[in-house]
Design a protein around this ligand. Structure first.
Ligand SMILES: CC(C)(COP(=O)(O)OP(=O)(O)OC[C@H]1O[C@@H](n2cnc3c(N)ncnc32)[C@H](O)[C@@H]1OP(=O)(O)O)[C@@H](O)C(=O)NCCC(=O)NCCS
Length: 203
């Protein structure tokens, strides 16, 4: 039977008895972030990390993710791109930036892959930020996905779209200089959360 997020234990970064050392999502940068950086990142108020653990073994981490505030800077987008990303924005005055949440470091332990937990987390975070209890405005969910076709398609299946199909446009938006910054290895993707809000109002 498929594992459901709602049946797992919710544990914020810093909870006692989290066995992060045994966590392995098969992407070393994510494993390492959870092991070595998540606490410092959180202490600096840069982002918060959460884990889901097994009820029968509460120290065992099944999946984790980090969330941080983010923005889409509309002034740095071409008109067509601005119109595409903001196609559902009906506010009369254009905003300089669209408030967003960045979902980063999404990882599911290799023992629990195949349960669509990553998709469940994407939906969970999206729902969280459109809920009435959210304390600030948040219009878009953003991920900065590794530029690998299968991963990009994975996020597309999970209702996220690429900001830019053209990498050079993305580099311009991000002020990315290959000589200084190296190869751009990730791509920005977004999901307009207003669609989710409208769906939940209709239900
Ligand atoms: C990406 C990730 C979170 C997805 O977790 P998940 O949704 O629980 O994944 P599942 O194993 O249930 O797979 C869901 C589907 O997507 C596919 N899929 C997931 N990740 C994939 C990847 N990296 N490449 C190819 N296919 C992938 C699976 O084949 C599966 O297909 P199906 O729906 O036809 O069965 C997980 O694979 C992971 O932890 N990857 C390593 C960390 C990482 O790269 N995070 C992304 C940072 S941007």
């Amino acid at each position: 039977m498929e594992l459901l997020l709602k049946d797992l234990l919710w544990k914020p970064q810093g909870s006692p008895e989290l066995d992060i050392v045994s966590f392995d999502c098969e992407r070393e940068s994510v494993n390492e972030f959870f092991r070595e950086e998540a606490q410092g990142y959180q202490d600096e108020l840069f982002g918060k990390t959460y884990y889901f653990c097994l009820p029968q073994n509460p120290s065992s981490v099944v999946a984790g993710f980090t969330v941080a505030n983010a923005s889409i800077f509309t002034k740095h987008l071409s008109r067509t791109r601005r119109e595409k990303i903001g196609s559902e924005v009906h506010h009369q005055k254009g905003l300089i930036n669209y408030p967003s949440v960045l979902l980063a470091q999404l990882g599911v332990d290799r023992r629990y892959k195949g349960n669509h937990l990553g998709s469940q987390i994407i939906d969970f975070v999206s729902t969280w930020f459109v809920s009435q209890s959210n304390k600030s405005g948040c219009r878009y969910l953003i991920v900065d996905a590794y530029d690998e076709p299968e991963l990009i398609q994975y996020y597309q299946r999970n209702k996220l779209q690429l900001f830019f199909s053209d990498k050079s446009q993305e580099m311009k938006y991000r002020n990315w200089n290959e000589d200084k910054d190296g190869q751009l290895e990730t791509r920005l993707m977004y999901r307009d959360l207003i669609l989710l809000r409208r769906m939940s109002i209709r239900q």
